[in-house]
Write a protein that binds this ligand. Structure first.
Ligand code: AMP
Length: 310
């Protein structure tokens, strides 16, 4: 069976539920994708490739990874560092604001743990998913080692899957992000960018322009997400437009794209044609945005996926 590894950072999430009470959860783009893939396709092996600490919250995070059924063989525990943290605040107009404490997180150090032995545990047919955030949070030296790791894995026949997920504040300049994204796209086999991620860096305004932008790269599959408007895919150059049913009651769009990625990739690994995989993924994303937080409770998610035919 296919194995998917998700490289990146899972953080502690804090959200105020009452003026003096916070709800604590765990979330992070690639982690969210892993969770929604595994919940939808339990037979697929999905695991995290990350570093956490040895503190109490790290142990709770690790327990949650396991509870979600994720493979933890590549979850490394740093002696001194601890996980990054973010706070979600909602102002009196309902607008959400995020504050991050992640500059010194264990996940920034993940490349320190990757040895030739780690690399040798990947085999042809495995997939490694990484995002622009996965690259951005690494230390400078870690980024150089990441490029080497990706090239080595590619040579071993590991499929590389990339979502740019642009977060301006994680990069020292837009040029730095743009050049990292170009490098990632050169290595990737599958890309799943959102139109918005490409707008700021490459002045791309439409899904069609995003498809054209991706054409020069050697990507077998491209999936362009464009919010509620549409999804456009390219399968070895064959372009298809997919309709999305907009959700009327959007509560929180956090992790819509992440849920989409996890379920889309799971469905494809499970043999679904692209159009069916897009519809399932859109259903997952459309469900997630009707609930607060990145990781929604298991039950409403499972029942939505069941009614979508899973
Ligand atoms: P985005 O990252 O905004 O492009 O969203 C990712 C995916 O979430 C889209 O491809 C849609 O499948 C889904 N999505 C986002 N916003 C909505 C919405 N308002 N209604 C329904 N689906 C949505």
């Amino acid at each position: 069976m296919d194995k998917f590894y998700f490289l990146g950072e899972c953080m502690v999430e804090l959200r105020a539920t009452e003026p003096s009470t916070m709800k604590q959860a765990f979330a992070g783009d690639v982690y969210n994708s892993a969770v929604y893939m595994k919940r939808s396709f339990p037979a697929i092996e999905a695991g995290m490739l990350t570093a956490i600490g040895k503190d109490g919250l790290s142990e709770k995070m690790l327990a949650e990874f396991k509870q979600e059924g994720l493979d933890c063989r590549f979850v490394f525990q740093h002696q001194e560092k601890s996980p990054g943290l973010y706070l979600i605040e909602t102002d009196n107009t309902g607008e959400r604001h995020f504050t991050y404490w992640r500059n010194d997180s264990a996940a920034r150090k993940v490349m320190d743990f990757i040895s030739p032995e780690t690399t040798s545990l990947f085999t042809a047919g495995d997939s490694l998913f990484f995002s622009g955030i996965s690259i951005a949070v690494l230390e400078e030296s870690g980024r150089e080692r990441l490029w080497k790791l990706l090239s080595e894995l590619k040579t071993r026949g590991v499929k590389l899957i990339f979502d740019p997920n642009y977060r301006a504040r994680l990069w020292s300049s837009p040029q730095q992000a743009a050049s990292a994204f170009m490098r990632a796209l050169e290595l990737a086999d599958i890309a799943l960018p959102g139109v918005e991620d490409l707008t700021a860096l490459f002045d791309i305004q439409t899904a069609e322009a995003a498809i054209a932008f991706c054409r020069p790269f050697n990507l077998a599959e491209v999936v362009i997400k464009n919010g509620p408007h549409s999804v456009v895919t390219s399968d070895n150059g064959q372009i298809e437009h997919h309709q999305i049913t907009p959700v009327k009651e959007v509560v929180d769009t956090t992790s819509a794209g992440d849920a989409f990625n996890g379920v889309y990739l799971g469905a494809r690994a499970n043999g679904a044609p692209i159009s069916d995989a897009v519809q399932l993924a859109a259903r997952a994303a459309g469900t997630v945005i009707q609930h607060p937080g990145a990781i929604i409770p298991l039950e409403p998610f499972k029942s939505a996926m069941k009614s979508a035919g899973l």
